[in-house]
Design a protein around this ligand. Structure first.
Ligand SMILES: Nc1ncnc2c1ncn2[C@@H]1O[C@H](COP(=O)(O)OP(=O)(O)O)[C@@H](O)[C@H]1O
Ligand SMILES: [Mg+2]
Length: 277
């Protein structure tokens, strides 16, 4: 039996009216189950509710109605707050806003230190977290001097040092150059593949969703598609109508398929396309 990591039940979220802004319902009845060890990508046009949803997933915000359960713990119940934060770590878009210390290792130690992890164990955790993101050689560097990709890897290490079983990332590559983006994707593949972490990746780069076990597409505060990457990306026109594209290679294979020049409706990677041609 697959174990459940996170369950969303009829979740709605309303932003309250504020000064000139009217109240706004950003999530409109979301039902979703994420299983332990899954790698889930969440896609959706701007304003579809992805960031709002990500903050609900580890209890940073609470649903206006409905429930989020993390390993069965309801995020609305205060007594579970720490356990939920320890189970599900959240990484944000801008690494600069996530840096708190002037030395990399201190930055990574910040989270677990606040959890009350004893000093010896703390050293061990920081070392291990930096190893997982391949930043151990930068232990004593100043975070602000690192590249964007390196900073984001340090931010991920800071979350990993709290030893979460699940890591949620809200467009972690949005501010990075292509090299930084590759670094982060490699890190995530490793955390999922070798370390067995549950990964929830919110992204607006279609290519980044290809390697997930499952792709969820949000639109207007609701989930509109939930399937394996191949079944989602083969719906080229549906994706367009949702304000999204598909990976370039998928679009190309789709055109070739329609012209009778490619055997299958959709290729997800360049390697796959080349092989089939
Ligand atoms: N603090 C806020 N107050 C009011 N509305 C908000 C606030 N934050 C986000 N929204 C609105 O909620 C909707 C969903 O936003 P968000 O979750 O950030 O979407 P996404 O991450 O998919 O771009 C948007 O229409 C946005 O304008
Ligand atoms: Mg967002």
């Amino acid at each position: 039996m697959k174990k459940i990591m996170i369950e969303a039940k009829n979740v709605e979220y309303m932003y309250e009216a504020y000064e000139e802004k009217d109240s706004f319902k950003a999530l409109k009845g979301i039902n979703l189950t994420i299983y332990e060890g899954e790698y889930v990508a969440i896609l959706g046009h701007n304003g579809s509710g992805k960031s709002t949803f990500s903050k609900l997933l580890n209890g940073l915000e609470k649903p206006t109605s409905g429930h989020i359960l993390v390993r069965g713990m309801n995020t609305k119940e205060e007594e579970h707050t720490w356990d939920i934060r320890k189970t599900c770590g959240l990484v944000f878009q801008n690494p600069d806003n996530q840096m708190v210390a002037t030395v990399v290792e201190e930055d990574v130690a910040f989270g677990p230190e606040n959890l009350g992890v004893p000093t010896e164990e703390l050293h061990h955790r920081v070392e291990e977290a930096l190893r997982l993101v391949e930043m151990e050689d930068f232990r004593l560097r100043a975070p602000h001097l690192l590249s964007g990709g390196q900073k984001q890897r340090v931010a991920i290490a800071g979350i990993l040092a709290m030893e979460p079983d699940c890591i949620i990332l809200d467009e972690p590559t949005a501010m990075l150059d292509p090299i930084g983006r590759k670094e982060i994707m490699r890190t995530l593949n490793r955390l999922h593949g070798e370390d067995g972490k549950t990964v929830v990746l919110i992204t607006h780069y279609m290519e980044e969703a290809v390697h997930a076990d499952r792709v969820i597409v949000m639109s207007d505060g609701q989930i509109v598609l939930d399937d394996v990457p191949r079944n989602v990306f083969s719906q080229v026109s549906r994706m367009r109508s949702l304000g999204l594209s598909v990976p370039q290679v998928t679009e190309l294979s789709h055109k070739l398929y329609k012209a009778g020049l490619y055997p299958e409706p959709c290729a997800l990677t360049v390697e796959e396309l080349v092989e089939n041609i």
